[in-house]
Design a binder for this molecule. Sequence first.
Ligand code: UDP
Length: 245
Amino acid sequence: MSRIKFLNTEIDNVTMLEAINKIDEFVSKRKPSYVVTPNVDHIVKLEVDEEFKEVYREADLILTDGMPLIWISNFKSMPIKEKISGSDFFPEVCKLASEKGYKIFLLGAAEGVAAKAAENLKNKFEGLNIVGTYSPSYGFEDKQEEIEKIIDIITKSKPDILAVGLGAPKQEKFIHKFRDRLNIPVSLAIGASIDFEAGNIQRAPIFMQKCGLEWFYRLCKEPKRMFKRYLVDDLKIFKIALKYK
Ligand code: UDP
């Protein structure tokens, strides 16, 4: 696998097929592994968050989420092969799981949303075995009792793949901190994918995804929540793109 330096992280320069084969390999090896999908927002956060940086350094598979990062890679003459968003990767992982009989657990989104996503995914991928879902209460990360409960529910259902949609960097830090206790072959940090699969939030149309406007669609849909992310914080990407050779 070709791992390249890119801005303030490293990237596995792989195609979707190669990434899916990697997941298959991780499940076979059974050593706790995890996948992160850097987008512009993650790159901006990595500049100032040491713990997040450590999580990224130790990640087993690092994919590229979003056209702006692909453009920057082209601009720097080190083209990344393919944009692999968490929300595109997750259904492909479900497809693999349904074919191979791998068990999946969904953690995240608001009450009832993960269960709805599980129902939809089981309809989409015949034979998909979703062994459990749980939507933690907001602020769960500061409540030891809730964390213990989550770890207990997940480990008892013995998944091969854990999909965590709690927003970045919370989801990545959760996976990293508890990966040995959870002892699951593959964990994926998938952001809003559980919401998308539940049909709770609409994803941008394909043409917008392809021309790098997914962020604009999300901004229009949830202006209050996304304004700071996309129009204040993420503009720092220009400075970061110039900073790293
Ligand atoms: N979320 C959650 N618990 C939390 C914080 C966030 O379940 O404590 C969920 C939220 O409901 C949403 C997802 O995490 O489903 C975060 O989505 P976001 O838009 O931040 O993800 P992105 O895809 O942009 O990384």
